[in-house]
Design a protein around this ligand. Structure first.
Ligand code: SF4
Ligand code: SF4
Length: 359
């Protein structure tokens, strides 16, 4: 993420395990992050998906209201870093909305505000032309999930019609590699209890294909139960931490790893806990967390047609209250409150599965 909120220095001092600079950045009016869902529909039907895909494409009213909201906020003197994170569903099903909003921001953002943008995509529609268009819209950071080599990936991350997706995603990645531009692609690998062998093959494949290109980075996580209808089939191995360490070791420092510095040195602060971060859904509903999309506590208000926000204050405060005492609610305000255990979020961009074994 090319955003001050994310760009912490891992040698920074810690307070109660959290980077002091990240705490300050999360509370500062200099930073603002919007997580936009241009559609909640998806072209995939992943076995473990927790979303119901009921909301389709962002309405025209919402798109216009988002632009008005941004225009007003960019006028504030304090703002220095503005980030748009595109999420879904599959956001590339609504490329024109991404183009509309990012194109608008590029036009109106002056030199005073550093604008950055990133996307979480399943990678299927990310052909070279689309990728180049997104780069031109200042989307430089990409997260794409793979669940093993073709044999396993295609069983759990298939298209709606049941067809496999691995070959197309892999082809897209190899084509993207031919671009000269600066970008980061985070390959997020999900470890299941049944894909260890397939994941070994994939890790070798990634090492062969991308070891000479540090724009491609690897991030390995256990698969998690997130409330989808197939949660009872979602299983990660009991010794998943040591398995993940072995996969990282197989990469032999030849492929860049994503953000291990902050994972090891300091605790992650989820965007849902940050007062200066907001999720906008296709119908203009406001949320904080991208996992608990349909829970009442996460329905924190509405974006009005004129670009103003109607926020339900007590709900909003319940997401950010980890800052009162600087505690575990900062890592995952949803699961830490709901279940009183460590975050097990599997889809959100940055949730931290503690690879050091620390709590
Ligand atoms: S996990 Fe992502 S790619 Fe898969 S069905 Fe859900 S939204 Fe689509
Ligand atoms: S870490 Fe927790 S609060 Fe943050 S997005 Fe994931 S589930 Fe939601």
């Amino acid at each position: 993420m090319n955003n001050k909120i994310e760009s912490i220095n891992c040698t920074d001092q810690l307070y109660k395990g959290f980077h002091i600079s990240k705490i300050i950045n999360s509370l500062s009016n200099e930073n603002w992050k919007l997580i936009l869902l241009p559609t909640e529909r998806c072209n995939f039907k992943c076995m473990y998906c927790y979303e119901n895909h009921a909301l389709g494409q962002m309405t025209e009213n919402t798109v216009n209201a988002v632009k008005k909201l941004i225009a007003r906020r960019l006028e504030t003197k304090e703002l220095k870093y503005f980030n748009i994170a595109w999420f879904g569903g599959e956001p590339l099903l609504s490329k024109e909305i991404i183009s509309n909003i990012n194109g608008y921001v590029k036009k109106i953002a002056d030199q005073r505000v550093l604008f950055s943008s990133n996307i979480t995509t399943n990678g299927y529609l990310l052909d070279q032309k689309t990728f180049e268009n997104l780069l031109a819209l200042q989307i430089n950071y990409y997260q794409i999930s793979l669940d093993g080599d073709r044999d396993f990936h295609d069983k759990v991350r298939c298209k709606i019609n049941g067809n496999g997706t691995f070959d197309k995603i892999w082809e897209n990645l190899l084509n993207i590699k031919k671009c000269d531009a600066e970008f980061s692609i985070i390959l997020r690998l999900h470890v299941h209890s049944e894909n260890i062998f397939s994941m070994q093959k994939l890790v070798c494949k990634i090492k062969d294909a991308f070891s000479d290109d540090n724009r491609f980075k690897v991030f390995i996580r256990p698969i998690s139960k997130l409330g989808g209808t197939n949660d009872d089939q979602v299983k990660s191995p009991s010794d998943v931490i040591s398995i993940i360490h072995k996969f990282y070791a197989m990469l032999d420092n030849k492929v860049s790893l994503w953000d291990t510095g902050s994972t090891i040195q300091g605790q992650y602060i989820c965007y849902a806990a940050q007062p200066n971060s907001l999720v906008i859904r296709p119908n203009g509903s406001l949320a904080k967390c991208t996992v608990a999309l349909d829970t009442n506590i996460n329905n924190i208000g509405k974006l009005n047609d004129d670009g103003t926000l109607s926020i339900i204050n007590d709900k909003f405060q319940s997401w950010v209250e980890g800052f009162k005492e600087i505690n575990n609610l900062l890592k995952c305000p949803y699961y830490n409150r709901k279940h009183s255990f460590e975050p097990k979020c599997g889809k959100c961009n940055f949730s931290n599965y503690d690879l050091t074994g620390r709590g």
